[in-house]
Structures are given as C-alpha cells and as structure tokens.
Design a protein around this ligand. Structure first.
Ligand code: C5P
Length: 215
C-alpha cells in the first residue's frame, strides 16, 4: 500500500508524512532528502552544480541509504549536512535535471517495493507512484511556510528574516512548478489540504481518517 504526500516547501508535508507513517505502521520515504544527498555530494566533490553532465554522473553512482532516521551517502552520515542553506539551494537546481530525476525515481520505486509506505515529495502522486491508493497535496500560506522554515533554521543555529526566507521559498517553488520534467502539480485524484491554520495533530487526524476509510 502506498500513500503519497506532495506539496511545496514548508507546506508541512515532511512532518505530516512522518507522523502518518507512524500512525499507520508504514515505512516513510523522504524523497527530498535524496535530491539533497545528490546536492551534498556535488558540493563535497567540488563539482560545479551547473555542470549538468557531471551532476548526472554523481546521481548515477551515489549510494543513498536510510537507517534509524539517519541519511547515509556512501556510508557517511549526512543527516545534518544535507539541511544547510547551500545544499537546499543546489538541491532545487539539480532537481531540474532529467537524468538525475530518472535515477532517483528508480531508487524511490526500489525503496517502496513490497512494503507499505508513505512517500513524500513533489512528484510522488503524479510520476513516481501514480497507482498509489491515497494521495495528498498539502499547501500553506506563504507567511506560514516561511515562519516554519525560520523555526527549522533556528534549530540549526541560523537566523534569517521571514522576508529573506519568503524570497528563497518562492524561487524554489517556481523552479519546481515550471520545470519540464515532473513539475510540482497536484495529481488529479489527490486530496488537497491547506495546513496553515491546523495543528499537526489536526492534519494527522484528517489524513489518517481518509487513509483508513480506503483500506
Ligand atoms: O523537500 P525538500 O525541500 O527536502 O526537497 C529539496 C529539493 O528537492 C526541493 O527544493 C525540490 O526542488 C526537490 N525535490 C523534487 N522532487 C521530489 C522531492 C524534492 O524535485 N520528489
């Protein structure tokens, strides 16, 4: 059984996907972390992120694994390193490259083989798992999304203004929405939620109810 949760940056999908997977007893797949791993590797190897061919090679060779909430690249724990603003920016850029997407989509389908999973990203319901039995598309007001991102950055000891974050989020969303391959759009059969005024428990209650009604 596959549940997909897609949406723009800061829409609350990671928290929702993680919480929902726990409530259902399903595995959880953070596909954004995979794009971040490629971006981290690009920076780690001093490759120019605009050199599409060089980035493609990295995406074809990279070994990404998840273990006990840790993200590993070639056995190295990169869980924190992939959350920096630099990696965030490069991830958004390299996610536009068709070959990179093909490679990561292959790994995502492999990861979901034979298990029950909640998979979160931008294209999970449209491209990666079109056959998923339950699809959600989460949105939230820009101010709220920026505020959430600001709180997340604070936990990493970084201070950024809401205005600055808003500008970055906007730019990432535009890239996701406008790219030719797997753009960010709700699947036709996705249930849409605006999470701006809801607590995480309220979001989870509603998502869980819908999933269980279809099981
Ligand atoms: O979700 P997160 O912010 O961690 O994702 C990092 C970047 O990876 C996003 O800015 C987006 O461009 C890209 N991404 C994607 N497709 C996915 C997941 C993430 O293009 N399924």
């Amino acid at each position: 059984m596959i549940v997909t949760i897609d949406g723009p940056a800061g829409s609350g999908k990671s928290t929702a996907a993680r919480g929902l997977s726990q409530r259902l007893g399903f595995e959880f797949l953070d596909t954004g972390a995979m794009y971040r791993c490629v971006a981290w590797s690009v920076l780690d190897q001093n490759v120019d992120p605009t050199d599409e061919e060089a980035v493609e090679v990295i995406s074809q060779q990279i070994k990404i694994s998840f273990s006990d909430a840790q993200v590993l690249v070639d056995g190295r724990n990169v869980s924190e390193a992939i959350r920096t603003p630099e990696v965030t920016e490069v991830a958004s850029l390299i996610a536009q490259y068709p070959v990179v997407r093909t490679e990561l989509v292959r790994l995502q389908r492999q990861a979901a083989e034979g298990i029950d999973i909640v998979s979160e990203g931008r294209d999970q319901g449209t491209v990666v798992f079109p056959e998923a039995f339950c699809k959600f598309f989460l949105i939230a007001d820009p101010q709220e999304r920026a505020r959430r991102r600001q709180a997340e950055l604070r936990t990493q000891g970084k201070n950024m203004s809401v205005a600055e974050i808003l500008q970055q989020i906007d730019q990432r969303d535009q890239r996701d929405e406008q790219r030719t391959v797997a753009p960010l759009v709700p699947a036709d059969d996705a249930v849409e939620f605006n999470t701006s005024t809801l607590t995480i428990e309220e979001v989870l209650d509603q998502l869980e109810q819908i999933v269980r009604s279809r099981m």
